[in-house]
Write a protein that binds this ligand. Structure first.
Ligand code: MRU
Length: 318
């Protein structure tokens, strides 16, 4: 496909016409290798989403929509199509985008056209978020961020990281502090890589060092993304976001979230109702340690609304 979706965006997820297939950048291999892969059936796509080869809330939504098009193109039996769509919809539970986009594509007359519309819209949404978010970035800003909210996470130009990069282009960013984001190191691998590619001065830290840097007066504000936002603004995002927000509150620093409007889930009154994905012990064991015994590996946490200064969307702030 030689249009903007393929060439203009981050190439993290797109439709491969020669397939049919869903093409994607394997985010697990970044920053060491930029490998384009193809999922030719839904099982391969679900595996890519579950293992975080495709990750970031908007990107998994777009992958899900293309996945519906892939099912429609490769499976003739209608009952089997339904079964596969249901499996795809559940591949990851916390980000609202996957179920939202799968539902839109599967009820559309033309699933592929709908997936491409969702994808193009995300690129436009990212640009609008970047513009609205600029009002919160003062001159010489020293910003902390968590996880990865850049181009490959949205299959566009990023949400919170899109704001930061737009502010950098205006000369407003003095420094970005990047939480490594245990256990899968989205900050260390992806955010640092994207900031360096864009020439943004950045420093990596372990998640546990954030409060200490705030206490030393090195940080002016925090900007992060979101996977699902309840009606009362409680916000689910990568595990560690909540403790960053608590630390920001203690140090009187503003804490901003950037997310598309679709991230708001009107069916959930508060964050207590958000389904938090639990992942396996293997992710905790990538760094040496005792392997026996109990473990818990929640992939997300919920930041209470009162800790959030503003949520920036494509329409403004909430
Ligand atoms: O488990 P991940 O890496 O998919 O989690 C991603 C995050 O928590 C991001 O902050 C969120 O999806 C926003 S991406 C623009």
């Amino acid at each position: 496909v030689s249009d903007d979706i393929h060439l203009g965006a981050s190439r993290s997820v797109y439709w491969d016409n020669d397939g049919p297939a869903v093409a994607y950048l394997d985010q697990r291999l970044l920053p060491h290798a930029e490998k384009q892969c193809r999922a030719v059936d839904v099982a391969a796509l679900i595996d890519a989403i579950r293992t975080l080869a495709i990750r970031g809330a908007p990107a998994i939504g777009i992958a899900g929509a293309y996945g519906v098009a892939l099912i429609r193109a490769t499976v003739s039996d209608i009952a089997e199509q339904k079964k596969q769509i249901a499996l795809l919809r559940q591949a990851r539970p916390t980000a609202i985008n996957l179920a939202w986009a799968v539902d839109l594509a599967s009820t559309a007359e033309d699933a592929l056209a709908e997936a491409m519309r969702i994808h193009r819209e995300q690129i436009a949404v990212d640009r609008a978020i970047a513009q609205h978010g600029l009002q919160y970035i003062p001159d010489d800003a020293r910003i902390i961020t968590h996880c990865h909210t850049g181009g490959v996470a949205t299959a566009g130009e990023g949400t919170a990281l899109g704001v930061i990069i737009a502010a950098h282009r205006l000369g407003r960013v003095k420094h970005v502090y990047v939480d490594e984001t245990r256990p899968l190191l989205q900050g260390a691998r992806l955010t640092l890589w994207e900031l360096m590619k864009n020439g943004v001065p950045a420093t990596l830290l372990i998640d546990g060092a954030a409060a200490s840097l705030m206490g030393r007066g090195l940080i002016d504000l925090a900007f992060v993304g979101a996977d699902r936002i309840a009606k009362n603004r409680d916000t689910a995002n990568k595990i560690g976001t909540y403790s960053l927000a608590v630390a920001a509150k203690y140090h009187n620093l503003p804490f901003y979230v950037a997310a598309p409007e679709v991230t708001f889930d009107p069916t959930l009154p508060s964050g207590d109702h958000i389904h938090i994905e639990e992942r396996g012990a293997d992710e905790l064991h990538t760094i040496a340690g005792q392997r026996d015994g109990n473990f818990t590996n929640p992939a997300f946490d919920v930041t209470p609304s009162e800790l959030i200064t503003a949520i920036v969307t494509e329409n403004g702030s909430r």
